[in-house]
Design a protein around this ligand. Structure first.
Ligand SMILES: Cc1ncc(C[n+]2csc(CCOP(=O)(O)OP(=O)(O)O)c2C)c(N)n1
Ligand SMILES: [Mg+2]
Length: 403
């Protein structure tokens, strides 16, 4: 083809025809993967398309994933526990009883629904700082979390991490570092290694809408696409990166659509609908285990509180906007479904559960606060496999000051 012909062809490729190409591509994939779960309706990425199964009033409007009632009640309990614990931790910080805290209220369905879809004994989680719901659903107890938040001697990280930098190797949760998105290439590398080793696992990594503007996001997506890594990228699009709204973050029609540029599927789901999140992650995990590579899932959600205890949301959001999102809260809609569709729940049971959780959290925090801080000498442990000369000298110096 001559240069002129190529130029003419490019000029002809209007936005409309480009869109048609994308949807043709999706259609062929839909057929390929319908064998997995028969969910050809999943591949939605446009600004007005979004997978939703449970509407804000708790009505089923899509294909019910039919999760066992007992499992669903466990997930619901974890959603309520996450919300109440989150509120309690904010108040502890306000009273000067713990350090800066990043709240997760409003994002429980995205976090708990994603972990619910994983295989606990195989899959690895690369969470972000806002993911306490994921950590709870992965099986970390509130006692372990309270010790971590306070940073006492029984904290498994011995007080060395900031409260929200979760890491629990025993639960396959990999540590997070404060520079946004720096964990994403690690998650891709981990998944690439798993593929080479033929380990039957997938990784999920979570990040915010703001993180999609970082170089690391693109590096992670590109490598995952080229090497067909069994990675699931979950963007918790909570509409803001601190005070920056998502419309100022990207000119793309959605975040999910970015996956097409890297040669894999993007799915946009209602992130306040636990069934939509669960369905998309299950689908992506089965696809990844089959060797068919990564998926980007955009969970459309909202952070109901401030960015962190160092932020004031009233400076950049209206009360009306927050109230609109409160009506889409993920917790009441699952409660309604459990009451109406499963006949497995009631207002009385709900009140009892909340009272039980409040009491459990109160007792846990007061016993964690009684535990002394870690011995300062422990700061020299676990840093290197063998201590360097400098560290040895510093530890001797500290010891001599202590005695
Ligand atoms: C590389 C880098 N730049 C800036 C920051 C400061 N920072 C911390 S959180 C945050 C907002 C991130 O927003 P988003 O990715 O949407 O996640 P969210 O907090 O909304 O869950 C920023 C800019 C940082 N930690 N790292
Ligand atoms: Mg955000």
């Amino acid at each position: 083809m001559t240069k002129k012909v190529v130029q003419r062809a490019k000029a002809k490729m209007t936005k409309k025809s480009y869109k048609r190409k994308i949807s043709d591509r999706s259609t062929s994939k839909q057929m390929r993967y319908s064998a997995l779960e028969g969910r050809s309706d999943l591949l939605t990425t446009g600004p007005n398309e979004m997978l939703q199964i449970l509407d804000p009033s708790g009505r089923i409007i899509g294909k019910d994933p039919e999760i066992r009632t007992e499992v669903l009640l466990g997930a619901y309990r974890n959603m309520v526990l996450t919300r109440i614990f989150d509120e309690k931790l904010i108040s502890l910080q306000r009273q000067g009883r713990m350090g800066t805290y990043v709240s997760c209220s409003g994002q429980e369905a995205s976090q708990i629904g994603a972990v619910l879809a994983l295989s606990k004994d195989k899959d690895w989680i690369f969470p972000m700082y806002r993911d306490m719901g994921m950590i709870i659903q992965a099986g970390v107890s509130i006692k372990q979390l309270a010790n971590r938040m306070i940073g006492n001697a029984e904290d498994e990280a011995l007080g060395r991490d900031l409260p929200n930098l979760f890491a629990w190797k025993s639960k396959k949760i990999v540590s997070f570092a404060a520079p946004i998105a720096s964990h994403l290439p690690l998650a891709t590398g981990f998944a690439m290694a798993a593929r080479l080793r033929k380990d039957n696992l997938v990784t999920i990594s979570t990040f915010g809408d703001g993180a999609t503007s970082s170089g690391e996001f693109h590096v992670a997506m590109n490598f995952a696409g080229v090497y067909k890594a069994p990675s699931i990228f979950i963007c918790e699009n909570n509409q803001y990166a601190i005070s920056v709204p998502v419309r100022q973050q990207t000119a793309s029609e959605s975040i999910a659509v970015k996956a097409h540029a890297y040669g894999f599927d993007g799915i946009k789901v209602d992130g306040n609908d636990i069934f939509a999140v669960y369905t998309a992650v299950r689908w992506a995990a089965e696809k990844a285990r089959t060797g068919d590579g990564p998926t980007l899932i955009e969970c459309v959600t909202y952070r109901l509180g401030a960015h962190s205890t160092a932020d004031d949301w009233k400076k950049y959001r209206s009360t009306d906007e927050v109230e609109t999102w409160r009506r889409k809260d993920p917790i009441p809609r699952l409660k309604e479904y459990l009451i109406r569709n499963r006949e497995a729940w009631s207002e009385d049971k709900d009140a009892k559960l909340r009272a039980e959780i409040e009491a459990e959290i109160g007792q846990t925090i007061s016993s964690s606060e009684k535990i002394p801080p870690p011995d300062p000498m422990t700061m020299f442990d676990d840093v290197y496999s063998s201590r360097s000369k400098n560290l040895e000298e510093q530890s001797k110096e500290l010891k001599s000051q202590e005695s």
